[in-house]
Design a protein around this ligand. Structure first.
Ligand code: SF4
Length: 454
């Protein structure tokens, strides 16, 4: 079932999405030697840093052109250029990724023109970084859309043509640092030469520094991005991702690099699809390691199903994560009753129906463009046993006195958000254990006698 609730008000109460340029800044953080730069006021950069730091517990610098009231009238061009000069001098980055904010989009600042002027004025200067610009008005999308838009802009502005290589491109979207590491391991295990864009595996989850490092090591190297137009093919995760916001589609149209679109490999079926594609591409069979992981996972599903079968769940977050989680829950015998996202691709309900139609007896209610007020309004009558999503669902879980299983971004009230595995058989195993233990814990908490053999 899918519908958009008729708006009987014009406000949003605690939106089920985050700011679009925040997603772009995170994508830029996954590129080697890159500093994210917001063309807007400092408050936006401060908000984004606060959100990102509380999830990753890693330092993150986001530069800004520090606009004030007068720039809203006269335009922010001079500040943008001065800010780029300062960042280039202080950080010596390989690239500055520039995202616009609500303010600069509303006043209509022409960033591409400012950048052309800046490059003309600085022509011949030594050591200048590359400048990549992405338009990210937050009132028109989510942080996930900003993330994909940044990836697309980077590919559009950097990828080059030339003799073909055997490399494959993987654009996984925004997943945890642990997920990026897992994907790299899987690609290596199939013996593939790969370029993953972006790569937040170390830039947002790195070792401790003795001294502050302005631009941490890691991220996708720029020369690998330049060669993406010469790759054999691309794999991109995202059933709800619009073609118009897809880096892999850019490579397909511009350089004839075929695009394979998959969902996030969450749960057994979606991971099977991913590994089957890698087997086909590499000409190898699925390594024994993954056959064993899959076998242990099925065994765990059998062992634990008595604790979770028939439980009812509310799932919320970014659309593709919601779709992936819904398939996973259906697969382990939990009935998703409400699937909600702040995104509005128009594809979420169809995707969920397609992926779970043969597993679920009853389709969940699916809503796009939701906020936590609406989710809370519906939750009472749906009688869920658990909630799955990021930290912003905590007040609702507390009110309903049911467990919140934390996944995705942002996770403010626990450590290790960047280390949660969601993908592959290993991710499904961790999620399964977390969900099942949450249900056992809730039963113990509600019991008069506490622990007993259950
Ligand atoms: S004003 Fe817009 S760009 Fe700035 S933090 Fe808020 S939503 Fe994001």
């Amino acid at each position: 079932m899918s519908k958009n609730p008729p708006p009987n008000y014009i406000s949003t109460t605690n939106a089920c999405k985050l700011c679009k340029p925040l997603g772009a800044c995170l994508a830029f953080k996954g590129i080697e030697g890159t500093v994210p730069y917001l063309h807007g006021c400092q408050g936006c950069a401060t908000y984004m840093r606060r959100y990102i730091i509380s999830h990753y517990n890693e330092p993150i610098d986001i530069a800004s052109s520090s606009l004030s009231e007068k720039h809203a009238v006269y335009g922010g061009g001079p500040n943008l250029k001065q800010g780029l000069t300062n960042v280039a001098e202080k950080y010596r980055p390989a690239m500055i990724g520039i995202a616009t904010t609500c303010l600069t989009e509303t006043i209509g600042d022409d960033v591409p023109m400012y950048l052309r002027e800046f490059q003309r004025d600085t022509a011949g200067s030594e050591g200048l970084p590359k400048f990549i610009h992405v338009s990210t008005p937050s009132y028109s999308g989510t942080h996930m859309e900003g993330f994909h838009a940044a990836v697309k802009s980077v590919v559009e502005q950097l990828a080059e043509s030339g003799p073909k290589t055997e490399t494959i491109n993987l654009m996984p979207g925004f997943v945890s640092s642990a997920d990026y590491r897992l994907l790299q391991e899987i690609l290596d295990d199939f013996g593939l030469d790969w370029t993953m864009l972006p790569d937040l595996s170390t830039t947002m989850d790195g070792p401790i520094f003795k001294e502050y490092v302005k631009v941490p090591a890691g991220g996708t190297p720029l020369e690998r991005i330049e060669s993406m137009g010469r790759s054999r093919l691309s794999i991109e995760f995202g059933h709800t991702l619009a073609d118009s916001n897809s880096g892999a589609r850019v490579l397909e149209k511009k350089f004839q690099v075929p695009c394979h679109r998959l969902g996030l490999p969450m749960g057994i079926e979606e991971t099977d699809r991913f590994l089957a594609l890698l087997a086909e591409i590499s000409g190898r069979t699925v390594p024994e390691k993954y056959v064993h992981q899959r076998g242990r996972l099925v065994d765990a599903y059998v062992d634990g199903h008595k604790y979770i079968f028939g439980k009812r769940a509310i799932v919320y977050g970014e659309e593709d994560l919601v779709a992936g989680l819904t398939v996973f829950l259906a697969e382990i015998g939990i009935q998703p009753v409400l699937c909600a996202s702040g995104g509005s691709s128009g594809k979420l309900a169809r995707t969920i129906e397609k992926l779970t139609g043969d597993i679920l007896l009853e389709q969940p209610q699916v809503f796009e463009n939701m906020d936590f007020f609406d989710i809370g309004e519906m939750a009472g009558s749906l009688k869920p046993d658990l909630i799955i999503g990021h930290s912003k669902g905590y007040p609702l879980a507390r009110k309903l006195a049911i467990p919140l299983v934390r996944v995705g971004f942002p996770i403010h009230d626990r450590v290790g958000g960047q280390r949660i595995l969601h993908l592959g058989y290993q991710g499904a195993q961790q999620l399964f254990d977390t969900v099942t233990n949450a249900m056992i814990g809730a039963k113990q908490d509600a019991s008069d006698v506490g622990y007993a053999y259950m």
